[in-house]
Every structure is written in structure tokens, then in C-alpha cells.
Design a protein around this ligand. Structure first.
Ligand code: SF4
Length: 403
């Protein structure tokens, strides 16, 4: 959207105070995310933006509530999102020729050095906790040529890493008679990408053979595999197409090919009907998998989903307690993982730089295997890749020295 606004002659500014118009991409994945989306719109209105266009999942699910928020010009539901810019500016979509416009970082504090390229939207599964699939509709893949063109544009705009994203990324190609493997191979073959990362992948979309893609070192050794629960019966109630046994097999296959890969996950704590035994199974399984990081979400009932209607809803305090215990278990294995790399030399892409007095600049960035690293340098090195010797663990990060 930023590229389309720029192509139509508008300027993208860093702060709401300087904007005439704001597009807010709302989220509904949890109750908290929906509430944050509403607050964001109110804050932007308070900052003086007179024309606000909410879009995204929460807007799609609650269009009237979105329209009633201050300074909302119009709401754009997900099915209209692709034409948000031309319809807002009263332009024919066909008058847009976006190819010559490079991606440039959005200004502001959170400038990105990685380009997140959406290759797919929607999902054909029906996980019983998931509102996303209701808000986004059925799975659709973006054509390979469009993805390649988007990646080339991001690389021309000096993005140093490409991250492929999608609501259900692993299903890319199912509607085009292709597999995600074909997309990854084509990107590696047809573009000059130096660092390519895949975002979340549902475990049932992959097989052991998929990991041979990582023989190409431009593919970052990091897999995010949402587990959601380590209990077979809970997974069944969630309608997940996986079991702890098949998940274990997949992780083992990945670690056979990439012994040092980061494997991160998502877990839901306190899913309806989760007994103490089921929770204990999940905790044991999480410990066994030795995840190198991840998110634990306290179950959040989303209206319209199967799980929201299930009997045996767990009290919020218990969901929170279980969340905390699971987070501690993940943090413990993540710490062991971080410690393994002390003394090693790794490439780091710097994503943030802060000046601090006589010491020069403090930088933070990510290694290929998703370790967060900080280091000092005499001048800012934002969006550069440096070889760094990792020296010590510093909370959730590693401190290092640029070589
Ligand atoms: S696979 Fe992912 S997006 Fe699809 S229904 Fe399940 S959780 Fe939702």
C-alpha cells in the first residue's frame, strides 16, 4: 500500500502527527489484538489525523464498530483490501504501474531491513480456535511471477533479507498445482536474494524431503513450527492435523539436516477442556522438543469459532498460570541454545542502531538462526551484515564484537 500511495504521488511520513491520512491494518487473532487495534485508531485520531481507514481482520469482523471510531473515513474489509489505495484515491486500478517504484523502508523508528513478502492469504483448515480463517477466507496463492517481481523490487530497495509470509504459508501452490518447495527453488534460482527466511509453517504441510532445500545456505536455518499443544487429545479438539508423534518425527528430520537450526513454536495455554494431565503432556513435550524460542498464548475465545462454544472453558487465572509455566520451559531451552553459540562467529544483519555517547553506536540484529545479537561500532551499520564473534549471553540476547 505504501508503494501504491507513493506511486500516486503521496509521501509516507514517520509519525501520525505529520499525516493527513492513516491506514490501520487491524488484527483479531486474540481479544487483546482486537483491543489494541481499536486503541491504535483512537490514538491516531487524537494525534490529529483526520482521515483514518481501518482495514484487516478486526475491521472485517466488526465493520460497524470500526466505522464508529473517531475520524474514520471508510472501512475496507479484507475482500476489498487489494484495491484500497485506488478506491481511496478514486483511481482506476489499471492506471497503476508499480514496477518502477522500489520498496523503500517506511520512515520512523521501526525501519525494516527485512522485507516481508506475502505469498499467500486465507486458509482452508478449520482449527477450532482460529478466527483468522473466518476473517481471511479460503486459501489463495499469489502467482510465482508476482512474488519474484516483489522480491526483486525489495532487493532493488536494498532489503537484505526476504521473509516469505502467508496466513497458511505451507499451503502455497495448492491452488496452482505447485508446492512451496517450487516457490523456494524458483526464488533461489531466479533472484539475487542473499538471505531468505520462511515464516510460520504448519507441520502437516512438510515432509522430511523438504529440508533438503536448506542445502542452499541462503536459506536461513530457522523453522517456526506451531505446535499449539503437546497433547494428542487436545490437538484433536483443536482440529489440528498433527500429533505429538508426527511433530517429533518432523523436528528430528529437520535436525538431521540442520543440527543447529533454530526451531521456534506457538503454544496455546488453557484450551477448553485442557485437563491437568493434558497440560502435563504438553509441558513434557515442550521440554522434550527443546524449542529455541516461541510464543505462548493464553487461550482467547473468539466469537464464531468452534472452541468458543466448547464446554470446559478454563478460568483465565489458570490459563495465565499454565502460560507462565510453558514460557519458562521454552525460555530454559532457549537459554541453553543461546549458550551453545558463545565463541562462534556468525553473520548478523543489523536492524536497529542507537547512538550512545563516547562508545559510538549500539546495534542490534539477528543471525540466520534467529539469535538476537548486540554489538558496539564507531559508526551506525543499520542494514549491513557483519561477521560477529558472539561473546556472552545478555538476557534474551547475545553480546558480540564485530570482526
Ligand atoms: S492452519 Fe493456521 S490459519 Fe489455518 S485454521 Fe489452523 S491456525 Fe488458522
Amino acid at each position: 500500500m505504501a508503494r501504491q500511495f507513493r506511486a500516486a504521488g503521496h509521501e509516507i511520513v514517520a509519525y501520525a502527527e505529520a499525516a493527513d491520512m492513516a491506514v490501520v491494518n487491524t488484527c483479531a487473532v486474540t481479544t487483546q489484538a482486537a483491543s489494541d487495534s481499536r486503541s491504535k485508531i483512537r490514538n491516531i485520531a487524537r494525534a490529529g489525523v483526520e482521515q483514518i481507514i481501518p482495514t484487516g481482520c478486526w475491521t472485517t469482523l466488526q465493520p460497524k464498530e470500526a466505522a464508529a471510531l473517531p475520524n474514520v473515513l471508510r472501512v475496507v474489509t479484507n475482500d476489498q483490501k487489494d484495491s484500497l489505495v485506488p478506491t481511496t484515491l478514486n483511481l482506476e486500478p489499471s492506471t497503476f504501474d508499480l514496477e518502477p517504484i522500489d520498496r523503500t523502508p517506511i520512515p520512523g523508528l521501526h525501519r525494516r531491513t527485512r522485507a516481508f513478502i506475502k505469498v499467500q492469504d486465507g486458509c482452508d483448515n478449520k482449527c477450532t480456535f482460529c478466527i483468522t480463517t473466518i476473517a481471511r477466507g479460503e486459501g489463495r496463492s499469489r502467482p510465482l511471477a508476482d512474488v519474484i517481481s516483489d522480491i526483486n523490487s525489495a532487493l532493488a530497495g536494498d532489503s537484505k533479507e526476504i521473509v516469505l509470509t502467508g496466513v497458511h504459508l505451507g499451503s502455497w501452490g495448492q491452488d496452482l498445482n505447485h508446492h512451496l518447495r517450487d516457490l523456494v527453488n524458483a526464488i533461489l534460482r531466479e533472484t539475487d536474494v542473499k538471505r531468505l527466511r520462511l515464516s510460520s509453517l504448519e507441520p502437516w504441510d512438510l515432509d522430511a524431503d523438504f529440508f533438503s532445500l536448506w542445502n542452499d545456505k541462503r536459506l536461513m536455518p530457522h523453522l517456526h513450527l506451531p505446535l499449539q499443544s503437546g497433547s494428542e487429545s487436545t490437538l484433536r479438539r483443536m482440529a489440528r492435523k498433527t500429533t505429538p508423534a508426527s511433530f517429533r518425527e518432523l523436528v528430528n528430520a529437520a535436525r538431521d539436516v540442520m543440527p543447529d537450526a533454530a526451531i521456534t513454536t506457538d503454544i496455546i495455554a488453557g484450551f477448553p477442556g485442557e485437563t491437568e494431565e493434558e497440560f502435563a503432556e504438553t509441558l513434557d513435550f515442550v521440554k522434550e522438543m527443546q524449542f529455541t524460542g516461541g510464543h505462548v498464548f493464553s487461550y482467547s475465545p473468539r466469537p464464531g469459532t468452534g472452541a468458543a462454544k466448547m464446554k470446559g472453558q478454563i478460568k483465565p487465572e489458570l490459563r495465565k498460570r499454565r502460560n507462565h509455566i510453558l514460557q519458562e520451559a521454552i525460555e530454559e531451552s532457549a537459554k541453553i541454545y543461546r549458550e551453545k553459540f558463545i565463541g562462534q562467529k556468525m553473520s548478523v544483519l543489523w536492524e536497529s542502531t542507537t547512538e550512545y555517547g563516547e562508545y559510538g553506536w549500539r546495534m542490534e540484529g539477528w543471525t540466520g538462526n534467529y539469535l538476537r545479537v548486540s554489538a558496539n561500532a564507531p559508526s551506525p551499520r543499520w542494514n549491513e551484515v557483519d561477521e560477529v564473534e558472539l561473546q556472552e549471553v545478555d538476557g534474551e540476547k547475545l553480546k558480540g564484537a564485530i570482526l
